[in-house]
Ligand binder design. Structure first.
Ligand code: ADP
Ligand code: MG
Length: 380
């Protein structure tokens, strides 16, 4: 069913505006967006859509195809962090971050998304960006995409309570088709980097392991704290501000775990720039090698991989991939493999076989093509 029909059957009238924003794959630069480095994500073709109906009062009513049977009610004037069901906070948080002074009235909103949830493809930012972009269009705020990204990040950090960086929201809002986005996570300055794999007979295979392992040590926050601690000890605002040479020369100032976490960040920041150079030169073997180095660093130094992700990466590489790595926060979610298009079917079969042999659940596959960012799908 189309989102406008969902909206109609839920709220009893037709929406006035439908916006959309995509999920993303980060080609390289993992766990870097909170370390001040550049990252290199691109948008995928899977989208979150938000259908808006204007109300005359200040109420908000929310429904989502992915969380059927619930309608969440709120009021733009009395939103406080953590209000509502978990899923609704990503949307209410955007209203809260925008501020009630900017909202002349409330809305009925229906969300329908094809971005798989929790697969490391950023379904959360896709939802936030679709709502923020739609509101910006509806009210003619003319806010810049970096400003909208910061609103979405504030929603997720402070209303949902997830201390995420700024990458996912930025790419969802700023992507252009056929390009990856070189994004400076400190300033949100960005540059579109041509990324046309098909032209070279290549593609990027996404392997969704469909697992998510909960870690006892609160994994993401611990990694982030380690990086911030290293920056503080080394006297820099972020790990972006220290050269690899200086970092190595001051190794003795850090305890072993902090050194390893920070070493991942410092080397990964460097790898992003080498990947941009490799893309400019059309050196895809080099790009593949950088993906492998990134995976090893995430697995051995940041220790955020898991057996399923390692299996996907190793099997892809054993059967002709140019390189592969886990993406996203870790402990599950997805891996990417840079492969020759002709090898795609065989690599999928081999990964399926390896997963079955290890007793893992069946992975899902799809091909990621650099796609457009947030957009208005229907108006009026
Ligand atoms: P991801 O890597 O997919 O972004 P997160 O844990 O950051 O994983 O975000 C997933 C959460 O975002 C979901 O559990 C849900 O709360 C919210 N979310 C994602 N997609 C939707 C949707 N279509 N409708 C409502 N909430 C959604
Ligand atoms: Mg997310």
């Amino acid at each position: 069913m189309e989102i406008s029909e969902h909206f109609h059957s839920t709220f009893g009238y037709s929406p006035t505006l439908i916006s959309g924003a995509p999920g993303r794959v980060n080609l390289i630069g993992e766990h870097i967006d909170y370390n001040g480095g550049d990252v290199l994500p691109f948008a995928i073709s899977e989208l979150a859509r938000a259908a808006f109906g204007a109300r005359t009062d200040s109420k908000i009513r929310l429904a989502s195809s992915q969380f059927p049977g619930e309608i969440i009610e709120a009021d733009t004037h009395i939103l406080t962090p953590l209000y509502g069901q978990m899923w609704s906070r990503y949307i209410l948080g955007v209203f809260w971050a925008v501020g009630s002074a900017r909202l002349a009235h409330g809305f009925d909103i229906y969300i329908d998304s094809s971005v798989p949830i929790g697969a490391g493809l950023s379904s959360s930012a896709a939802v936030e960006a679709s709502v923020a972009y739609g509101l910006n269009e509806y009210f003619h705020w003319n806010m810049s995409m970096p400003d909208l990204a910061r609103i979405c990040q504030k929603a997720e950090n402070d209303f949902v309570g997830m201390p995420c960086g700024i990458m996912d929201q930025s790419i969802a809002l700023m992507a252009t088709e056929g390009h990856a986005l070189l994004l400076d996570t400190r300033t949100l300055a960005s540059q579109q980097i041509p990324f046309d794999l098909a032209h070279h007979g290549l593609e990027l295979l996404v392997i969704d392991t469909r697992v998510h392992h909960e870690l006892v040590d609160g994994g993401y926050a611990e990694r982030r704290d380690s990086c911030e601690k290293a920056a503080e000890i080394l006297g820099v605002a972020t790990l972006r501000e220290i050269s690899r040479e200086e970092f190595e020369s001051r190794k003795s100032e850090l305890d072993a775990t902090t050194y390893l976490r920070a070493h991942h960040a410092v080397t990964e920041i460097e790898r992003v720039h080498r990947a941009v150079d490799a893309l400019a030169a059309g050196e895809f073997e080099e790009l593949g090698e950088l993906l492998n180095q990134s995976h090893h660093s995430l697995r051995d130094e940041f220790t955020v991989s898991c057996p399923e992700l390692d299996c996907a990466v190793e099997t892809a590489n054993a059967h002709g991939a140019l390189g592969a790595r886990m993406i996203g926060g870790g402990y599950g979610g997805s891996a990417i493999a840079l492969i020759k298009s002709v090898d795609a079917e065989n690599i999928k079969l081999k990964i399926e076989g390896a997963f079955a042999k290890s007793g893992f659940i069946e992975p899902h596959f799809f091909t990621a093509l650099p796609s457009a960012g947030a957009q208005i799908i229907q108006q009026g």
